[in-house]
Design a protein around this ligand. Structure first.
Ligand SMILES: [Zn+2]
Ligand SMILES: [Zn+2]
Length: 266
């Protein structure tokens, strides 16, 4: 199994997951043309995507879903709460799930894990295929025991390092937005992400990606410093997901580097 990112952050998100048989797009926060451009960069044809699964209705995750789904006749998996937000109306085919459900798309098995975030029924996903497990965990304001249990034992993990608390508090955001971002239903700061990493069982972890970094309230250096501080809790290769380029295909098992050419044969 391998994964790649179209982009990561509050301006738009999209993560591709493929086991060579089934290709799934988790969230689509870019307009359709921009999504196509970013897919092309990863050597993916839009019509090859078997399904889109949506974490929650915030625009940076859902903004491009409906038009993409209609254009390419792609089924969309989403929770009842996300559907009820009204922001994903008009998708080609809607498959409703509940937080906590597990379901199968082709050869990929997905578990929808509920997360504390200020949306209707937000979930994040743990995906399994070919004996490997990938955790995608962004957009959460606090750590719950359930999350620690659900995301333990992953082979690869994309984890939110949203902001540096000091940069956020000293920054230009209005007080209400600062409270929202830093709150229990907002986003994980670097220190919290490091703490979560220390609480997870990471014995299998081979690939770790820091994602959903705030462009205003974080920096690569701040996030990587927090990651390094938690480094004795994992042996994983570390990558960074950016807003502009996401990241190129990574093997979940960490044993081989994929090039664009390999991705084509997916
Ligand atoms: Zn987000
Ligand atoms: Zn969100």
């Amino acid at each position: 199994m391998r994964f790649a990112s179209l982009g990561s952050g509050s301006q738009g998100n999209g993560t591709l997951v493929s086991d060579g048989e089934t290709l799934v797009l988790v969230d689509c926060g870019f307009p359709r043309r921009e999504t196509e451009r970013r897919l092309e960069r990863l050597n993916v044809a839009a019509e090859d995507i078997d399904a889109i699964i949506v974490t929650h209705e915030h625009g940076d995750h859902s903004g491009g879903v409906a038009s993409f789904s209609r254009h390419y006749k792609t089924p969309v998996y989403l929770t009842h709460g996300t559907a009820n937000s009204g922001r994903l109306s008009g998708v080609f085919q809607q498959v409703l799930i509940n937080a906590g459900d597990d379901f199968t798309i082709g050869s990929v098995h997905a578990l929808a894990v509920p997360v504390p975030h200020d949306a209707r029924e937000p979930v994040q996903f743990k995906l399994e295929a070919s004996g490997n497990t990938l955790g995608l965990l962004t957009d959460l304001g606090s750590i719950t025991p359930h999350l620690v249990e659900a995301f333990s034992g992953c082979d690869a993990l994309l984890l939110e390092f949203n902001h540096d608390l000091e940069l956020l508090m000293q920054g230009a955001y209005p007080a209400s937005l600062k409270r929202r971002v830093a709150g229990d239903f907002g986003h994980l700061n670097n220190t919290q992400a490091g703490e979560l990493l220390q609480r997870l069982d990471n014995r299998r972890l081979k690939v770790l990606v820091a994602g959903h970094l705030s462009l205003k309230n974080n920096s690569k250096e701040h996030a990587l410093a927090a990651l390094a501080a938690a480094a004795d809790h994992h042996q994983a290769a570390v990558h960074l997901a950016t807003q502009d380029s996401g990241f190129d295909w990574l093997s979940v098992s960490g044993d081989e580097e994929f090039s664009m050419a390999d991705a084509v044969s997916a």
